[in-house]
Design a binder for this molecule. Structure first.
Ligand code: SF4
Ligand code: FES
Length: 533
């Protein structure tokens, strides 16, 4: 279509109802342009097509000339904008969409600047459509993107157009909420402030948000996302278009799963059993003694077992495994529990929701297998723990979004009476109080690294926010522990450098050749600053 060709060449034609992931309905009429095309019945002479054409629905052809700024095209744009704004409340100062609203942008670029409408506007009520979505009906321009999304992508058809003419509005069927696993994508595709996110409502003006390209850190999908944040706090996650992975969408569980990053119970200081971490006034001292104690325990160990969580990055796994192997060449390496919920589910639009709820089980295994031919999965590890009295010291990593420690695990640990446990984790669990040393880890949003998704695609991502309080990435902790052991100055973790080392030293060349890097140029910094008065 002409519009898509123009967009592919970074030429803007205003559009509301067109979305590349949905069927074309050409109902908003803002994209109309004057098209001249060669006429085969007149020696292919260039002739104007009498009516303006919707560029979203008209095929691009050889030799065409498209005018989007001719007097006719401009007159149409002004007329469409005027009609769309007739009943619009123009409540931008209190609208969450302000700053990223196509109605605002196009009113500025293509509108007339003043309203000629003096009659009473039709008012529509705000509606609660489902667990995540609110509808401000009088801001809606009836582009029907949201309706088509529920019909074509999810196949759930919760949304419909109700009524006719000036009083028509988007609605749900009585008693049926907009509650499917992809429901919040309608908020992103709504070009105006009609569909808003309950979770983000009035939380932050969008021009203060910085966005960092990242990867889903909660499930095995490897969905490409933007983490949007300000002053060290995450405010929302949104899909980042990648036609090879998630196209334009993400699931609601990925979109809202980041809350544990700011959980008030996060582990934030290292602790040694029997010592009060708060007695030390400074975090570096707490780290110093936690590192010394860890090295002391591992040096004294007869046989060490390591559990590397599938929530960690490949770089974390590599540096931790390398560190522990210095202590025990026969170390038992295993992967932490990989949660699964239900079955994979593919929606009619082709998007798949994966049952596996860990971002990097494959990547961790890929790395660990370079160190040991016999990497255990979690069940096998529990079996080994129950039967093998030889394991006397464990290094365990967690970093799950919720409590992950099962009774089985605690029981299996208890089989060896004096087993020492060193834990690197983010949230307190039943294990935290049973450990000799606890070191606080950083969530995926607080570090750089690489995940391998369910389709074996290696994707690197950037750090969105600094680690909370005194937390550190597991990779940095491993480097610090190495330095504490050798007495050298600790290296500062660098993801790219680590991947090069992985390739050079351990023949993991895919971490240099096959990693999909985040789009550097697209890290958008806000050009405004909040000034406290
Ligand atoms: S609610 Fe938004 S996406 Fe749905 S029809 Fe209205 S403007 Fe379009
Ligand atoms: S974008 Fe073409 S008619 Fe709406």
């Amino acid at each position: 279509m002409i519009l898509q060709v123009a967009l592919d060449h970074e030429i803007e034609i205003p559009h509301y109802c067109y979305h590349p992931g949905l069927s074309i309905v050409a109902n908003c009429r803002i994209c109309l342009a004057e098209v001249w095309a060669p006429n085969p019945r007149n020696d292919n002479k260039l002739e104007p097509i009498p009516k303006l054409l919707p560029t979203c629905q008209a095929t691009a052809g050889e030799g065409q000339v498209v005018y989007t700024d001719s007097p006719k095209a401009i007159a149409n744009q002004k007329a469409v904008m005027e009609y769309l704004l007739i009943n619009h409340p123009v409540d931008c100062p209190v609208c969450d969409q302000a700053g990223e609203c196509y109605l605002q942008d196009y009113a500025y670029q293509y509108g007339r600047g003043v309203s000629r409408f003096h009659e009473q506007k039709i008012k529509q009520l705000k509606k609660d459509l489902g667990p995540h979505v609110l509808l401000y009906a009088d801001r809606c321009i009836m582009c029907t993107r949201c309706v088509r999304f529920t019909q074509e992508v999810t196949g759930t058809s919760e949304l419909l157009v109700q009524g006719r003419g000036a009083t028509e509005q988007i609605d749900v069927f009585p008693g049926i909420a907009l509650d499917n696993e992809l429901s919040a994508n309608v908020i992103d595709i709504c070009p105006v402030g009609a569909l808003l996110d309950k979770d983000f409502l009035f939380q932050q003006r969008v021009w203060y948000l910085k966005r960092t390209p990242s990867i889903d850190g909660l499930t095995s999908s490897g969905d490409n996302i933007w983490i949007e944040h300000n002053q060290g706090k995450i405010y929302r996650l949104r899909p980042r278009t990648n036609m090879d992975v998630n196209t334009w969408w993400i699931t609601d569980e990925v979109r809202y799963g980041w809350k544990f990053v700011h959980d008030e119970n996060r582990l934030t200081l290292p602790a040694i059993r029997g010592e009060d971490p708060y007695e030390r006034t400074e975090a570096p001292l707490a780290y110093e003694s936690a590192y010394a104690k860890t090295n002391e325990l591992l040096d004294a160990a007869k046989h060490i077992a390591v559990v590397i969580s599938p929530m960690l990055t490949c770089e974390d796994a590599y540096l931790l495994a390398r560190y522990v192997l210095e202590h025990d060449a026969e170390v038992t390496l295993s992967i932490g529990p990989v949660p699964r919920h239900g079955k994979d589910k593919t929606f009619p639009g082709g998007f798949t929701l994966y049952a596996e709820k860990a971002p990097n089980a494959r990547g961790v295994r890929r790395v660990l297998e370079k160190f040991s031919a016999n990497v255990l999965d979690y069940e096998a590890f529990l079996g080994r723990l129950r039967s093998n009295k030889g394991i006397d010291t464990l290094l365990i990593t967690g970093n799950y979004a919720s409590d992950w420690v099962t009774e089985d695990f605690i029981k299996a640990l208890g089989k060896g009476a004096d087993r020492a446990v060193i834990l690197i984790d983010t949230l307190p669990t039943a294990l935290t109080d049973r450990t000799a040393v606890v070191i606080p880890g950083a969530t995926w949003a607080e570090k750089t690294g690489t995940f391998e998704n369910v389709n074996n695609r290696l994707q690197a991502f950037d750090r969105a926010i600094k680690p909370i309080d005194y937390c550190k990435s597991e990779a940095q902790i491993a480097l610090d522990l190495e330095a504490d052991r050798t007495g050298e100055a600790p290296a500062v973790y660098d993801a790219k450098q680590t991947r090069r080392t992985m390739a050079d030293v351990h023949a993991l060349s895919e971490f240099v050749n096959d990693v999909h890097l985040p789009p550097e140029a697209q890290t958008v910094e806000s050009d405004m600053e909040l000034v406290e008065l």
